[in-house]
Design a protein around this ligand. Structure first.
Ligand code: SF4
Length: 227
């Protein structure tokens, strides 16, 4: 039988067990809400295809060179591109940032804090180039709202654990996380899965024998059985 045919949907109890084991391993992350949604949106655009350090350098250079997002929006494209060059893909990201800022106009996105979650997500994903992950980052990190970003680490760990359907889409993975994780656990689950993906369940050589999730992980059990 194929992996997809074998797949069994997880339930909330299983996700609580994942949360608890990761909490024991890495501690409980402290939630920091900053209420600056446009900052988070631009930071997330800058984070695409690069590491946190390069993203932060690009963001710092951008915010040092321009005092306001309106100035970034109205600046010559090449100046924005120059400022964010250390973050990689500068020509593409500079265009995208200005497109988003133009689409926003005078909207400061502060209504995202209180409007229904579906509506807030829809408003963000209507912006140029903004997908589910970016929208969820803005909602979660700016306002602590329980939308869960499925980034590369969350997707990899979740797929190996069998939380996501094999060969399922990122869109489906986002929906699955919303179904499985209660709002009060959203932030912790997201951050803990990222920590786990960076420290233990890495892309190339996951450290399965020492993983706190090994007993509940089909991928890890198969891998440790073989070796
Ligand atoms: S057992 Fe291995 S594959 Fe499974 S979560 Fe742990 S490190 Fe990742």
């Amino acid at each position: 039988m194929s992996a997809a045919a074998d797949w069994k949907r997880s339930d909330r109890r299983r996700m609580r067990a994942v949360r608890d084991r990761l909490r024991d391993a890495y501690g409980k992350p402290v939630e920091r809400i900053h209420r600056r949604p446009i900052d988070e949106l631009i930071l997330t655009v800058l984070s695409q295809n690069t590491n946190d350090r390069n993203r932060d350098v690009a963001y710092l250079r951008l915010t040092k060179r321009f005092d306001t997002w309106a100035e970034v929006r109205d600046a010559p494209l090449i100046e924005v591109e120059d400022a964010i060059r250390p973050g990689g893909l500068a020509p593409t990201k500079a265009v995208r940032i200005q497109e988003i800022l133009r689409a926003l106009g005078d909207d400061d996105l502060m209504e995202l804090e209180t409007e229904p979650l579906d509506e807030a997500r829809r408003r963000l994903t209507e912006l140029p180039g903004v997908g589910r992950k970016t929208a969820a980052c803005v909602l979660m990190f700016a306002f602590g709202r329980p939308d869960i970003p499925v980034d590369t680490h969350v997707f990899r760990v979740g797929t190996r654990l069998g939380v996501f359907r094999p060969s399922g889409s990122l869109e489906e993975a986002h929906d699955e996380m919303l179904r499985l994780v209660p709002p009060e656990d959203a932030y912790e689950t997201h951050v803990s899965l990222i920590r786990h993906g960076r420290r233990t369940c890495t892309a190339r050589s996951p450290r399965c024998p020492e993983c706190p999730l090994l007993r509940m992980c089909p991928f890890g059990r198969a891998r440790t059985k073989r070796s």
